[in-house]
Design a protein around this ligand. Structure first.
Ligand code: NAX
Length: 326
């Protein structure tokens, strides 16, 4: 029998996980022939709620779900996992910016990074979701030198999906007709959704929409979509975030189509002048479980200026958490 893939998930009794765990157990990341084991981590007061989530997972009788571990011990959760999804953190409430959370959540990620370093599989694929996601991933990477740094990533796939959806709606086209969308930078309001290379049914998106819309409506709508969802629902995006994580991991494991790419926040290799090591969102293509940053795109002055502003925000976040980086 195929060995199950072991997936650690933190914050497993929270909102995002309530939409995400069932998708993973159904095979949506690793495919229809690959059994999975779920290692679910929560803080002690949430273990009762986590038990309820386990009951519901059991009640789905997923054929691919091998076993479920529920724990408040990070070592138990992270030992020898193939993938680790770091969702658990304080969510942003109404009126809060992500950076307000930086110090509180940073401590969680330095501690989990140390534990992953001690008990983790060096090739473990990591996706950080808890905000501020890029900087939390940066903290985790600094505290987990035994883990392949390329494998420490953060989620901007929700932003990528939001951008595709906005462009499809503007051009009256189908989601599947849109290719080569890009999100540059931080998962924050400084992110740079960019249609410069996107095509809609084979036609350049920039020929189908006017520049004013692309610069003055599209970018802020995508960048502030998280806040719009909070305003409408009273709490942050959950089901769409869960879907973004599943897409991020499924692309990483299963690859991207030859004529398309996805956006992932990954350690910069210096492409586009972004500081090496910063966790920055780039377009990537993926083959055989390994991603490659698309590093040869012509970037307009307008976009470049915004990319640099997002980098600056990440540098400042990095400086704020300097004490958590070793
Ligand atoms: P919830 O508050 O519903 O769930 C978070 C869960 O994490 C809680 O059950 C809590 O007990 C648990 N937790 C807290 N500290 C923990 C620790 N040290 N170890 C293990 N578990 C811990 O939040 P939810 O809506 O699920 O959001 C989770 C995180 O995702 C938040 O930081 C949120 O801001 C972030 N988001 C990130 C997005 C992205 O695209 N990167 C989009 C959605 C969301 O805003």
């Amino acid at each position: 029998m195929t060995q199950p893939k072991r997936v650690a998930i933190t914050g497993a009794a929270g909102q995002i996980c309530y939409s995400m765990l069932f998708r993973i157990a159904n095979g949506d990341i690793f495919g229809p022939d690959q059994p999975v084991s779920l290692h679910l981590l929560e803080i002690t007061p949430a273990l009762g709620l986590l038990e309820a989530v386990k009951m519901e997972l059991d009640d789905c009788a997923f054929p691919l779900l091998n076993d479920i571990v529920c724990t408040d011990d990070a070592k138990t959760a992270l030992t020898k996992v193939d993938a680790a999804l770091f969702v658990g953190a304080k969510p942003r409430g109404p009126g809060m910016e992500r950076s307000d959370l930086i110090t509180d959540n940073g401590k969680i990620f330095s501690s989990l990074g140390k534990t992953l370093n001690e008990v983790g599989n060096p090739d473990c694929k990591v996706c950080v979701v808890g905000n501020p996601a890029n900087t939390n991933a940066y903290i985790l990477k600094a505290n987990a030198p035994n883990i392949n740094p390329r494998n420490i990533t953060a989620l901007t796939r929700l932003d990528h999906n939001r951008a595709i959806s906005q462009l499809a709606s503007k051009t009256g086209s189908k989601i599947a007709d849109i290719k080569q969308m890009v999100i540059w930078g931080n998962h924050s309001t400084t992110q740079v959704p960019d249609i410069s290379y996107a095509s809609v049914n084979g036609k350049a998106a920039s020929d189908l929409v006017d520049q004013k819309w692309a610069q003055e409506e599209f970018i802020p709508t995508v960048a502030k979509r998280g806040a719009a969802v909070i305003a409408a629902r009273g709490s942050s995006s959950a089901a769409s975030a869960a879907n973004g994580v599943v897409d991020h991991m499924a692309s990483w494991v299963q690859g991207t189509p030859k004529d398309d790419w996805v956006s992932m926040a990954v350690p910069s290799d210096g492409s586009y002048g972004i500081d090496e090591g910063l966790i920055y969102s780039f377009p990537v293509q993926i083959e055989n479980g390994d991603y490659r940053i698309i590093n040869d795109l012509d970037v307009s002055d307008f976009i470049r200026e915004k990319m640099m502003a997002s980098q600056q925000e990440l540098r400042e976040e990095r400086d704020t958490v300097a004490s958590l980086l070793s």
